[in-house]
Design a protein around this ligand. Structure first.
Ligand code: 5GP
Length: 193
């Protein structure tokens, strides 16, 4: 049997589609050496979010310094209005060198930027069953102001238009099915190497 080498797994999909829950199950059940890349962001932590675990929460000037220092594999202003998100290059490179499967949960623009640099990266797009389901989930989260919610929804609708550009698309309707499909994609990508 071939040895697993490090691999990049990029997961995109609109805000509220349930990527976090899905990934948690995939991490528990895949049996692969998956590790999450912790992104940096200039947004404020939500209640319960921990610096260094969910994100590296940076001040705009700290983020800018890193950006200019080429510390990001990719970085984008995701929701307009000056909120930045970026993948830290060092973390990814160390993970890959250690043979880990580094999982990036990033937006569509970021996913495309990564694919340009790592052509063998596996890109998955997670879709909701319908736009209505997505709206309900975004509203149910209740952590956002109305304005922020509207912006997220607009971004989500825009992101959905790019689903066709991804090699793998998974509809997160029944969680068990979505988990199984996700793991199947990862296993296929191992077999093909
Ligand atoms: P949230 O603020 O809800 O945690 O994340 C919002 C969006 O930012 C999500 O769609 C997520 O995929 C995206 N995102 C998180 N980290 C990064 C990153 O490092 N780079 C890019 N391009 N997008 C990110």
């Amino acid at each position: 049997m071939r040895q697993n080498k490090g691999k990049l797994v990029v997961v995109s999909g609109p805000s509220g589609v349930g990527k976090g829950t899905l990934l948690k199950r995939v991490f528990q059940e895949s049996g692969l050496p998956l590790t999450m890349s912790v992104s940096a962001t200039t947004r404020l932590p939500r209640p319960g979010e921990i610096d260094g675990v969910h994100y590296h929460f940076l001040k705009p000037e700290e983020f800018e310094k890193k950006r200019l220092g080429n510390a990001f594999l990719e970085c984008f202003e995701v929701f307009g209005k000056g909120v930045w998100y970026g993948t830290l290059r060092q973390r990814v490179e160390e993970g890959l060198a250690a043979g880990q499967w580094v999982v990036l949960e990033i937006d569509v623009k970021g996913a495309k930027a990564v694919k340009k640099q790592f052509s063998e990266a596996v890109l998955l797009f997670i879709e909701p069953k319908s736009i209505d389901v997505l709206k309900e989930r975004l509203q149910g989260r209740g952590t956002e102001t109305d304005e922020a919610m509207q912006r997220r929804l607009a971004t989500a609708l825009e992101e959905l238009q790019h689903a066709g550009e991804f090699e793998y698309r998974i509809v997160n309707d029944r969680l068990d099915t979505a988990v199984a499909e996700f793991i199947n994609v990862l296993q296929k990508s191992t077999a093909g190497r």
